[in-house]
Design a protein. Structure first.
Length: 251
């Protein structure tokens, strides 16, 4: 554990609502080709000078016992104030096993040996659930986030302008309605500081990534190929350790 003074500073990191622009995406949802009516386009979005860049600084995670911070590698990068957000965590890192569809819960694949500060930072053999600590799970959907976040939503997941995205399990229908239906695989959904503004039908989640958004990260996030532009949740993986990871909820 870090000294108490460090944790005190960490507790002051509660930021603004994360409605910043996405990587390579404008802030006006009405003008965005990845908003309703769905499906997504597959062109890489044009650069936006106001958007966070891929090399924007990412502060280190807040360390602590995995059972407390919620992340298997013992550092929390989203909802970093674990005193005020004790039951939900943003856990950064990579995972090589694709897909975030589970029924009702995505089970770990590599015994929780993942995370950007782990001995396996590339996530070899791991899926998204392996970024969560024991007695925590990959948050299932927006309702799970609402139950575990003291604000009921994504507020303070990351400070404004920080280019991290943390996903939940599952996807949405072609019309942008988030559902536990395993056939609803369009886009990946969650909280954070980049991606497209979320469909109102997926509240309280704030952000989503489509194929083009993943493509714009230059391989940090992977959502398959152009043929997968309606099934990102079924094929998503994360080869890179930056730009976020997953949301974990306490069991």
């Amino acid at each position: 554990m870090r000294p108490l003074a460090v944790l005190t500073v960490a507790a002051a990191l509660a930021g603004c609502r994360v409605l910043t622009t996405g990587l390579g995406a404008g802030s006006d949802a009405a003008a965005n080709p990845d908003t309703a009516p769905w499906p997504d386009t597959v062109e890489t979005p044009a650069p936006d000078a106001t958007a966070p860049t891929l090399d924007a600084g990412e502060p280190p995670g807040i360390p602590g016992p995995p059972l407390v911070v919620g992340c298997s590698d013992g550092t929390r990068e989203g909802f970093r104030d674990f005193v005020n957000w004790p039951n939900i965590a943003g856990c950064a890192g990579a995972f090589a096993v694709p897909g975030v569809i589970g029924s009702p819960t995505l089970l770990p694949a590599c015994d929780l040996q993942a995370g950007d500060d782990s001995a396996n930072p590339g996530g070899a053999g791991c899926n998204a659930a392996d970024l969560c600590a024991p007695h925590w799970h990959l948050c299932r959907n927006g309702a799970d986030v609402a139950e575990h976040s003291p604000t009921g939503d994504c507020e303070s997941c990351v400070p404004a302008g920080e280019p991290r995205f943390f996903l939940v399990a599952g996807g949405a229908s072609q019309m942008g309605i988030c559902a536990p239906d395993p056939e609803a695989t369009n886009d990946v959904h969650g909280c954070g500081g980049f991606g497209q503004p979320e469909s109102a039908a997926c509240a309280p989640l704030a952000r989503r990534l489509g194929f083009a958004d993943c493509q714009a990260t230059s391989g940090v996030w992977s959502c398959g190929g152009a043929a997968d532009s309606l099934r990102e949740a079924a094929v998503v993986s994360k080869p890179g350790i930056t730009l976020g990871g997953v949301l974990c909820c306490r069991d």
